[in-house]
Design a protein around this ligand. Structure first.
Ligand SMILES: [Zn+2]
Length: 319
């Protein structure tokens, strides 16, 4: 007989290259959160130990019997059926049995998904994607990632690489990308892409107040500096952000044409500069969208969660 139960307690974890975050969660609410260093260079066993320690700290006095499971979002290519990390360049891991090892360390069931998919789960279950059956969650950070929910299913793809939107090619003759190809979306509209374009234009002699601030030290060109320059009306900073926005707009139009989602949610650190690139993105999106299906304005939305998205999404794997 069905009976009403209290919302389940779960541990959500975010495994990053430098930090591990763990949260004791109940139905999208973070009850207690812990952040510890990853120490990735110490190797797999040390990272598992650090993760188990963070999970125990997050649990505090809670009886482990009351915890339904531990859900982990981790960067890289993950086999969510086995919980193994197939490839994680930031940790230098290949075929690492993360789920199994953490489960043995904690004596609790563990599930693992890719971090952007975890963030998408958080939006879907608790945030701006709640109640939707089809949406795209785009994360604009140092790089670009996305999670796809289509017809009520979180897409993983046949080899767990669905949603690698950062490497959609927008121009084979475009700027180089970290993946080895050229003209990838990430080479335009990510934090790294924007920084690199500012550097290229400074090197080419384009005038900018940023030149006065960094001199010949182009490594000092950061997202923070570019944002500051844009706020002061610096034409180079504004031009590059509009350039990033136009390429984002192309991707939004293409996603809309391909998938016809209910929403496309935008999130990530770059959204702090949205006022400088979103107008160009909207304009390009409208220009390239398939007219018969144009519902662009109501389609665009903002992701609700920021730093807590990944571990909240991890917690949702057992909710
Ligand atoms: Zn690429």
């Amino acid at each position: 007989m069905a009976r009403k139960t209290h919302p389940k307690l779960t541990i959500g974890m975010d495994l990053g290259g430098t930090k591990i975050a763990a949260g004791l969660c109940r139905d999208g609410e973070v009850l207690h959160k812990v952040v510890v260093p990853t120490h990735a260079t110490k190797g797999f066993d040390a990272v598992i130990e650090a993760m188990a320690g963070a999970a125990r700290q997050a649990m505090g006095d809670t009886d482990p019997k009351g915890i339904v499971g531990v859900g982990v979002g981790a960067a890289g290519q993950i086999d969510s059926r086995t919980g193994a990390v197939l490839y994680a360049p930031n940790l230098n891991w290949r075929h690492a049995p993360l789920g199994q090892s953490l489960s043995e360390a904690l004596g609790l069931p563990v599930r693992v998904v890719n971090d952007v998919r975890a963030a998408t789960m958080a939006e879907w279950k608790f945030g701006a994607g709640k109640g939707l059956h089809s949406f795209v969650n785009i994360f604009l950070g140092t790089g670009v990632g996305s999670g796809l929910v289509l017809n009520g299913t979180l897409c993983e793809g046949s080899t767990n690489s669905a949603g690698e939107i950062g490497h959609i090619c927008l121009d084979p003759a475009g700027p180089p990308c970290g993946c080895g190809h050229s003209g990838c979306f990430e080479a335009y509209s990510s934090g790294r892409g924007i920084e690199n374009e500012v550097k290229r234009r400074l090197l080419a002699g384009v005038a900018s107040s940023m030149r006065d601030k960094v001199g010949d030290h182009l490594d000092k060109v950061t997202g923070h500096l570019i944002g500051q320059a844009a706020r002061e009306g610096d034409p180079l900073a504004l031009d590059v952000l509009a350039w990033a926005g136009r390429h984002l707009g192309l991707v939004l139009a293409n996603l809309h044409t391909l998938l016809n989602p209910q929403k496309i949610l935008l999130g990530g650190g770059i959204m702090a500069l949205a006022e400088f690139f979103l107008p160009a993105a909207r304009e390009a999106m409208h220009r390239h969208i398939l007219p018969v299906a144009d519902r662009g304005e109501e389609m665009l939305g903002r992701a609700r969660f920021e730093t807590e998205a990944v571990f909240l999404g991890g917690s949702a794997l057992f909710a």
